[in-house]
Design a protein around this ligand. Sequence first.
Ligand code: HEC
Length: 140
Amino acid sequence: MRKLLLRLTITAVLATTLASAEGYSQGERILDMQKMAQAMQDIQSGFFYNNADIIKAGVKDLKETIVKIRPTDAEVNNKDIYEKWLQNDLKMTNKIQKKIIKKSEDIEERFSDGDAVQALQAYSKIASRCMQCHVRLRKW
Ligand code: HEC
């Protein structure tokens, strides 16, 4: 009995550790979203101050963060099939992620080529991708 209890405890501890190593909580996602909002603001400042370094830094933050976005553990484990289907739209998420990465590379390239208008266009395409997910996923 003691041995069994010990084994159960070890399994439980292991399971929790594994879950937290892999998990993605709502709190973490909110932080990532705030990081991306900041990156977008940095890029915008870069346009207005005509500063390529600020733009580069913003693009880097955005690219590093967008790849982390995914459904949270609670959403993945949701027992309500309809909600789960709504919240776990990985196909849409992957597509938006690719577009945002591509467009942020465009911003950097166009801006350093001296084409601020095209850079700004790529920027606004990113903003509309952010909103696409917010509207579809969150009905915002
Ligand atoms: C794949 C879907 C998806 C994409 C793409 C996405 N978001 Fe979000 N965003 C969410 C969800 C879901 C929430 C709500 C977070 C939560 O409460 O779990 C959110 C919340 C936010 C918030 C509010 C965070 C807070 O403090 O409550 C901001 C700001 C935000 N997103 C910015 C952005 C920006 C900027 C982009 C684009 C660069 C973006 N999001 C792209 C899904 C997305």
